[in-house]
Design a protein around this ligand. Sequence first.
Ligand code: ADP
Ligand code: NI
Length: 214
Amino acid sequence: MPEVIRKVEAKTKGILSGEATGHDWYHIKQVRDMALRIAEKEGGDKELIELAALAHDIGDRKLNANEEEGDALTVRVLTEAGASPEIVEKVMEIIRHISFKGAEVGDDMSSLEGNIVQDADRLYALGVIGIARAFAYGGAKNLLIYDPERPPQRHTSKEEYYKAKPGTINHFYEKLLLLKDRMKTKTGREIAEGRHSFMEEFLKRFFEEWDAKD
Ligand code: ADP
Ligand code: NI
């Protein structure tokens, strides 16, 4: 393993090890492993993909004072690990565009590597682990399990999306169920299908229990 990757991995582990809203080290590891698996089929620069996957949540807005500070921390980690300015710029370009920011907000990536890392990250907002992470996030942020009074909102700006505090089940309708159709690679889309169907099954049972029907 190249030295720069080993160093970014060690640093990321240190920064995110105790993170309880779904961005802990094992999330990073899963996204890295999935991104490399997708890259086996789709191609792309493996080193860039691995670095971007490892660094993608270091500067998360929820863990840093603001986006600028988060970006600065990520640049520092990459640079201190020995990444060249060109690689740092490519990784930052990916990280700045990776996140979902509302149903009506664009999330286009300018590189194949970016598409792969974005798909890998989103696959872990789906499926069983996606459900577990959503409830961990809701618990950490004191959100309702479900607010039946709230219609699904289609946010038109990231500011609006970041301000919203949906119940966790409501969040499925504002983000999680929309991800399948926003996957960028063929391989990512195929894996998303299975995870999406499991979530639909989960929601079906959730509402049967909610309405005392099962
Ligand atoms: P991304 O990695 O796309 O930036 P986030 O950091 O916003 O995603 O979210 C990390 C995890 O927390 C995801 O699994 C996401 O679904 C979950 N999450 C984010 N916002 C909420 C919310 N309002 N309610 C429940 N879960 C949430
Ligand atoms: Ni992530």
